[in-house]
Design a protein around this ligand. Structure first.
Ligand code: SF4
Length: 71
């Protein structure tokens, strides 16, 4: 099952750790808040995504299951 990266904008304090650890999927807007690439996390980035989630100091970043479509 694929997973997507999400951010809780209320909890996020714009530390930028996620963009440092996962630049392939996260960039920062002018205020330092993350902009996340839409869609599932590619398998080759799964470990990096998990590390970014674990390193978020405010627990704002999450990996959530994405239900399969077309069923
Ligand atoms: S690491 Fe967490 S608090 Fe920092 S910018 Fe990313 S989501 Fe926000």
């Amino acid at each position: 099952m694929s997973r997507v990266l999400t951010v809780n904008p209320i909890a996020c304090d714009a530390h930028g750790v996620c963009a440092d650890l996962l630049p392939e999927m996260v960039t920062l807007d002018p205020w330092g808040y993350p902009v996340i690439v839409a869609g599932p996390v590619p398998p080759e980035l799964d470990e990096h995504a998990r590390r970014a989630v674990a390193s978020c100091p405010t627990l704002a970043l999450r990996l959530e299951r994405q239900p399969r479509r077309g069923r």
